[in-house]
Design a protein around this ligand. Sequence first.
Ligand code: ZN
Ligand code: ZN
Length: 285
Amino acid sequence: MPTAEDGIGMTLRFWGVRGSLPTPGPSTVRYGGNTLCVELRCGPHLVILDAGSGLRGLGDALTASAIPTDADLLLTHTHFDHICGLPFFAPLSRPNTRLRIHGGHLAPPAGIEQALRLSLQAPLMPDLYGGFRAQMSVRDFTPGDRFPLHPGLQVATTLLRHPGGAVGYRIEWGGASICYVTDNEHPADGLDTDLARFVSGTDVLIYDATYTEAEYRTRIGWGHSTWEVGVSLAAAAKVGQLVLFHHDPGHDDATMDAIGAAAAQRRPGTIVAMEGMRITVGGSP
Ligand SMILES: [Zn+2]
Ligand SMILES: [Zn+2]
């Protein structure tokens, strides 16, 4: 199987792992305070998962390189914690940047472009959307659709349980796969069999583990899941590595350490996403 070292495998890099709201400060300095953004490299191709405040750091890294940015941005949905980095994504100011934005949680005639424009206009923001110099395209799909981003780079999608909707992704490349499932509430009986089928056998499952089971009891209907359900889902679907993600803003580093230890004890190999963390997919981590 190809690995990242040979330049044709898959690698993940986490630029933002915090849910709901950026949470900087000394108590979150190790796991990080930026909201959701994950860089996925599939050989020469760049895929960006969500555009939270972590996107700013990725943009700075991309503009530090002489190589023009060519990327697909897959949005789970348009809640602020998933799009607030977009106006600060430095490559958008460059005319040789190509950015293709994909999303599927909004039913026509509403769409991703309309939602982005809405969030990037006065009085919420200076009217930035029309000022981007990059070559941008925005495309809506229907959850459940499968589509290629490039030859051999396949994306499958599924509707998640979240207020206003959200989309889960499965991305396959070179015989390996990752699943990105965040902003998702599990069903009352715990295991979502459709979702288990969707993530079945994947190498890496990035999962919404905003709450602990104890916290969840007072947050039913808020659209998020728990690390305990993540562990059960990963076991039922025989996934490779489970990565806990979308950390609650109230969870400081010590809390995340405790959650990580408990989760790894229940399912060895489970890890807590941390800003700056890299994972090689399909090879040894
Ligand atoms: Zn969120
Ligand atoms: Zn959300």
